[in-house]
Design a protein around this ligand. Structure first.
Ligand code: ZN
Ligand code: FE
Length: 256
C-alpha cells in the first residue's frame, strides 16, 4: 500500500502544520492548523483537496485555523471527545484506541495527555508516521500545563513503544534549545552529542530538524530516558522511580 504523502508548513514563530495525503484516494488532512492562509496556499500549490483536520489538542497555536479552513473546504474536524467544548468546529469525537480512516490510510488514536488533558496523537502504522502535537518533541517534551508528571510519563512511554522507524511529527521546531538542555543533563551520551551537532548544522542551513525517528529519540531524548540508569546517575538520582526522575527533568527544563 502506498504511504501517506506528507508536507510540513512552518507557521507563526516555530509551529509546524502538516498536510498528509492518501495518494490512493486523495483524502487529505491538515494536522494542527494554527492558521489557515498558508495552508490554503500550500493546498492550492499542490492541487490537494482538504478532507479532514486532525487536532491533537486545544491550544490556539494548533486549532486557530480550524473554522476558516472548514468554511473554505467543508472538511471534517476530528478531536478528542473530552475536549469537544474547546476544539473549534469539531465534527468527529475520538478517544484512546479509536481508528480514523483517511481514505485508505488508517490512524490509531493514542491518548497522550499531560501537556493538556485530552491531548491525542495520530499514529499511521502503515506509513510509519505519528503526529504527536506538543507531547513529544525532537529531544524534548511538552510543558505540563494541565497534567501531572505521572500522566506525561505514561504518555511518553506509550509513544516510546511505537516501532523504532516511526517518524515523529511534532508541533514545534524547538530542537536546538532542547539539544542544549539534553546535553546539560546527559553529557556523556555519544549519540546525543553527535545528534546535537547535526541539529546545529541543519538549523544553521535553515533546515527543519523535524520529523525525527523514534529510534533516535529513544537513544537521545532525556525525557524518554527517565528510567535509564546512566541518565539517572548523571542527574544525581540513581535508582529513582522514573516518574520522580521525569518530574525532576521537566522542572529543570522549565527553568533552564
Ligand atoms: Zn500546546
Ligand atoms: Fe503548541
Amino acid at each position: 500500500m502506498p504511504e501517506l504523502e506528507i508536507r510540513q508548513i512552518p507557521v507563526l514563530r516555530d509551529n509546524y502544520v502538516y498536510l498528509a495525503r492518501d495518494p490512493e484516494t486523495g483524502a487529505c488532512a491538515a494536522v494542527d492548523p494554527a492558521v489557515a492562509p498558508p495552508v490554503l496556499v500550500m493546498l492550492d500549490r499542490l492541487g490537494w483537496q482538504l478532507s479532514h483536520i486532525l487536532c491533537t489538542h486545544h491550544h490556539y497555536d494548533h486549532v486557530g485555523g480550524n473554522l476558516e479552513l472548514k468554511r473554505a473546504t467543508g472538511c471534517t474536524i476530528v478531536g478528542h471527545r473530552a475536549d469537544a467544548h474547546r476544539i473549534p468546529g469539531i465534527d468527529v469525537m475520538v478517544s484512546e484506541g479509536d481508528e480514523i480512516a483517511l481514505g485508505s490510510q488508517v490512524a490509531r488514536v493514542l491518548d497522550v495527555s499531560g501537556h493538556t488533558r485530552g491531548h491525542i496523537a495520530y499514529w499511521f502504522p502503515g506509513s510509519h508516521a505519528a503526529f504527536v502535537g506538543d507531547t513529544l518533541f525532537a529531544l524534548g517534551c511538552g510543558r505540563l500545563f494541565e497534567g501531572t508528571p505521572a500522566e506525561m510519563w505514561r504518555s511518553l512511554c506509550k509513544l516510546r513503544e511505537l516501532p523504532a522507524d516511526t517518524r515523529i511529527y511534532c508541533g514545534h521546531e524547538y530542537t536546538e534549545s532542547n539539544a542544549a538542555f539534553a546535553l546539560a543533563v546527559d553529557p556523556d551520551n555519544a549519540e546525543l552529542v553527535a545528534r546535537a551537532e547535526r541539529v546545529r548544522a541543519l538549523r544553521r542551513a535553515g533546515q527543519p530538524t523535524v520529523p525525527s525517528l523514534l529510534g533516535e529519540e529513544r537513544a537521545t531524548n532525556p525525557f524518554l530516558r527517565a528510567d535509564d540508569a546512566a541518565l539517572q546517575r548523571s542527574i544525581g538520582h540513581p535508582g529513582t522511580d522514573p516518574v520522580a526522575a521525569f518530574a525532576d527533568l521537566r522542572q529543570r527544563k522549565d527553568s533552564f
